[in-house]
Design a protein around this ligand. Structure first.
Ligand code: PSV
Ligand code: MN
Length: 381
């Protein structure tokens, strides 16, 4: 299981805060009041699974005065700080766009926000700046589609100039929301066009929740990896829209197919620079076990994908054995790999059943008792 040892999953700091829908954000006991407490929870997920040594931050949600100190704090807890996510979707100035806005001053403000994120990356030791834009329009005629693309390209180029030699810019696409008629970076093709124009250190981020129903996501994975332009994943699950559910919850078979293409494309090789991040919100379920479940799901589907007999698959494919080839995939998918994974954990000094071990650890009860007062972190706080 050596390839499996290379699997590392980056946790989103915001998964540990409260979240909800536009109808209601529920609060829960023990919710972090600070980024330090979010990192402590993320480090707990890593301690129980051995799979999640990196924490992604969202700015300004996780802004602190001293990021170098935050980096040391994380290191002391056994994790590092990862992707810096910019946020140009919660400021009144961005009502009609950020990097695409017609007003140069607003575009500059959005560019400056990204330059601040790049400064933060230097202090945190982060490699990736991830950009997702809420930019778009709701009505035909509301904006000049072409002009918005031109301004976007210009703004991204201004940001990319500041990306260091060991850093990367990853551009995330989403086919709708909050805009409903036209989104400025709606699909992988648009993201690919922009990052290709920028240069080698610009890549695409694929959020599994950001596609129309029925989209063949593993095809996009294969294509972007073939083009050396898949920078990172935002893993989650969706039933209807961008539901941000536990990855693998809605469709484990899809996660298996995605991980098969990740492996096929070298994404789990030691030399790979592909970042596997979660982008989830736990609205009604407990947050820390929610994250534990997610990373275990990714590991489980990765192990099943690794169980595909690729030599036999190639023979079946090349001899036109349609049903035989499909059976090879399905045999691996249906293989119950859980006992082998329990053994994998045991051999590494990890709890064989991380969900049960966390429940028995008393960690949740301790933070419920300790985290009294203050303001609970919240998506959008
Ligand atoms: C947008 O829906 C998104 O997927 C982006 O990655 C944001 O940064 C994130 O959600 C916030 O949860
Ligand atoms: Mn995302």
């Amino acid at each position: 299981m050596t390839v499996l040892d290379n699997l590392q999953i980056e946790l989103p700091s915001w998964a540990f805060g409260n979240s909800g829908t536009r109808f209601k954000v529920f609060s829960t006991p023990g919710t972090p009041r600070s980024i330090e407490e979010k990192i402590a929870d993320a480090a707990t997920v890593h301690r129980f699974t051995g799979l999640a040594p990196v924490v992604a931050l969202h700015i300004p949600w996780d802004r602190v005065d001293d990021f170098a100190a935050l980096r040391r704090y994380a290191t002391d807890l056994g994790v590092t700080l990862g992707t810096i996510n910019s946020n140009t979707f919660q400021d009144d100035d961005y009502k009609f766009g950020s990097l695409t806005h017609t007003d140069k001053a607003v575009r500059q403000k959005a560019i400056d926000h990204h330059l601040e994120c790049i400064e933060i990356m230097a202090a945190t030791g982060s490699r990736d700046l991830k950009i997702w834009l809420a930019d778009g329009t709701n009505y035909p005629g509301q904006g000049d589609i072409r002009g918005r693309q031109d301004r976007l390209a210009e703004s991204l180029a201004a940001i990319y100039q500041h990306i260091g030699p060991d850093q990367r810019l990853v551009l995330e696409y989403k086919f709708f929301e909050p805009a409903t008629y036209m989104t400025d970076v709606p699909d992988w093709g648009t993201a690919y066009a922009h990052v290709t124009a920028l240069g080698d250190r610009a890549k695409v981020c694929l959020d599994t929740g950001h596609h129309a129903p029925g989209t063949n996501i593993e095809f996009i994975v294969a294509q972007l990896m073939r083009l050396a332009k898949l920078g990172s994943f935002d893993f989650n699950s969706r039933f209807y829209a961008d539901d941000d559910l536990i990855v693998g919850a809605a469709d484990p078979f899809q996660l298996f197919r995605i991980m098969f293409e990740v492996i096929r494309g070298g994404g789990l090789d030691k030399s790979s620079d592909l970042a596997l991040m979660l982008d989830q919100c736990h609205n009604v379920e407990a947050k820390i076990p929610g994250q534990i479940r997610s990373v275990l799901n990714v590991q489980e589907m990765t192990a099943r994908a690794l169980a595909v007999d690729t030599d036999a698959l190639t023979v079946a494919q090349e001899s036109g054995d349609v049903l035989g080839a499909n059976q090879i995939m399905m045999d691996a998918f249906y293989t119950d790999i859980r006992p082998a994974l329990a053994q994998w954990r045991g051999e590494r000094g990890l709890p064989t059943d991380p969900m049960a071990a966390f429940a028995e650890s008393g960690y949740q009860e301790t933070i419920n008792a300790e985290r009294i007062g203050g303001t609970q972190s919240s998506w959008g706080a």
